[in-house]
Ligand binder design. Structure first.
Ligand code: ADP
Ligand code: ASP
Ligand code: MG
Length: 449
């Protein structure tokens, strides 16, 4: 075995069923360097768990949602050649799901919610290690909570890097010498050992964090598309895969809505210069995108992203004309709630800014609290129903003709706010949600077709 180490992460559709898991197992067993595998929950499972944890349901609805999860898991179990050692373990995990789903306090206790949300990954990792074993790869299922230490912010926990590095070196590294370690994405544990989660789509982040902790050279993100595309291929069939991207471009794309990568994935990669590969577990032979520090070229436009469900907040006070501390107070409240503002415009008596608002998220909960607090100092108007469309590229402010080309492409649409990013990599528009498909398509046509 060489010292080179790669970590492979497989997303929900890649581990959706037994056949999909076999594709992934072939990728792992044909690699000399992949010793750690991070898996998501099988497709659909986390969504079911989220509805159990967040929505008031009747007993009957809880039962049928639980059964939908059981069906997904058992369909994989039942295709295993020898299920005898896995079956009792899976059954006890399913019992845990059931108990949490019917727990009286699950809707009110964030620690219970995270315990429930983690179950999808705990089951898929168990099943995937068995599928790998069938392919004569010596594999073990490893509980990531032993090493992925986070703070206690349930639902959006922050990883504690030093502790993760120490724990992974001590507990995970010795295991990879004799087995391929299969572990759970998305899941962590706080100081007290309580289960936490990193936020939706967080398995990519887990893979990058473990790659950082163990000094891996590459982190492979295997998903359902053959790389990172010029835009979401679900918006336009003209989107095409990109052979390479810089860390900064990828980070920008992820932050501004390219769901193929969790927004925080690039942070560990950047810190340790870990090359990130994105490819399709169904069609590995088609190659994919390499994300790295230095690319062969740095085009002014690289990709277009969209983030849905944005909230525009306008704060207004006649006092602002002479109250110098007003802006500071407004942004102080936002900073206190740990929210990041994307777009800002100001006038003499008002300030408008946008906030991200994914459903059921901590951000949504905080948005509501933030708005209530702002109302104590000024008039607040909240407008929903917007999407944020972003062009990602390089040196956009400087390159001549870049903005005029972009503006010409979207001339027919009503743009509510426009903003060059604080770095040279983006230009964003806030548009009505009904327009955003059209805006992305027209921009893609003008810039890439
Ligand atoms: P996984 O379950 O493997 O993590 P995700 O659904 O989270 O997969 O991410 C893959 C999806 O991301 C693709 O199916 C695609 O629709 C979407 N996507 C959004 N923007 C992009 C982009 N720029 N390039 C590729 N895929 C994108
Ligand atoms: N299973 C989690 C989710 O659906 C994490 C992930 O897939 O990355 O959000
Ligand atoms: Mg994902």
């Amino acid at each position: 075995m060489s010292n080179a180490l790669s970590i492979a992460k497989f997303g929900g559709t890649s581990v959706a069923n037994y056949g999909a898991m076999q594709n992934c197992a072939r990728i792992v067993s044909s690699s000399e360097t992949t010793r750690i595998v991070v898996v998501s929950a099988s497709a659909g499972v986390t969504n079911h768990l989220v509805s159990l944890a967040h929505t008031p349901l009747t007993q009957q609805e809880i039962e049928s949602t639980y059964q939908a999860i059981v069906d997904i898991e058992l369909s994989i179990l039942n295709e295993l050649k020898d299920k005898s050692s896995v079956e009792p373990k899976l059954n006890s995990l399913l019992d845990e799901v059931r108990e949490l789903a019917f727990h009286e306090e699950v809707l009110h206790r964030s620690d219970l919610k995270d315990q429930l949300l983690s179950m999808g990954e705990r089951m898929s990792s168990l099943l995937f290690s068995a599928v790998l074993g069938e392919m004569n790869t010596n594999a073990m299922n490893f509980d990531v909570r032993k090493v992925l230490r986070t703070n206690s912010e349930f639902g959006a926990a922050t990883p504690q890097l030093d502790k993760i590095e120490a724990l992974a070196t001590q507990l995970l590294k010795p295991e990879i010498a004799h087995a391929v370690v299969v572990t759970q994405g998305f899941v962590g544990a706080d100081e007290e050992g309580r289960t936490t989660t990193l936020g939706r789509g967080g398995s990519d982040f887990t893979a990058a964090l473990l790659a950082e902790a163990l000094d891996a050279q590459t982190c492979e993100i295997w998903t359902d598309v053959i790389g990172v595309y010029t835009t979401d291929p679900r918006i336009t069939p003209a989107a095409r895969p990109l052979p390479e991207l810089s860390f900064e471009e990828a980070a920008e794309m992820a932050t501004f809505g390219a769901k193929v990568l969790h927004p925080a994935t690039m942070e560990p990669a950047l810190r340790k210069n870990i090359r990130v590969f994105v490819g399709s577990s169904k069609e590995p032979e088609k190659g994919g995108t390499w994300i790295k520090r230095d690319c062969d070229d740095e085009p002014p436009y690289r990709a277009i992203t969209r983030r849905k469900e944005q909230v525009m907040v306008t704060v207004k006070t006649p006092k602002m004309m002479y109250a110098q501390g007003f802006l500071q107070q407004v942004f102080g409240i936002i900073a206190k709630h740990n929210l990041s503002v994307d777009l800002v415009t100001t006038s003499e008596i008002s300030v408008s800014f946008t906030l991200d608002n994914p459903a059921n998220s901590v951000a949504q909960r905080l948005n509501n609290e933030t708005i209530a607090e702002l109302e104590t100092i000024c008039d607040v108007k909240v407008e929903r129903g917007y999407d944020l469309v972003t062009v990602v590229g390089n040196n956009m402010q400087k390159a001549t003709g870049v903005s005029s080309k972009i503006f010409a492409a979207v001339a027919d649409f009503d743009l509510r706010m426009i903003c060059f990013g604080a770095n040279p990599h983006n230009l964003s528009f806030l548009v009505n949600e009904d327009d955003s498909n059209g805006v992305v398509k027209d921009l893609h046509c003008a810039l890439f077709e």
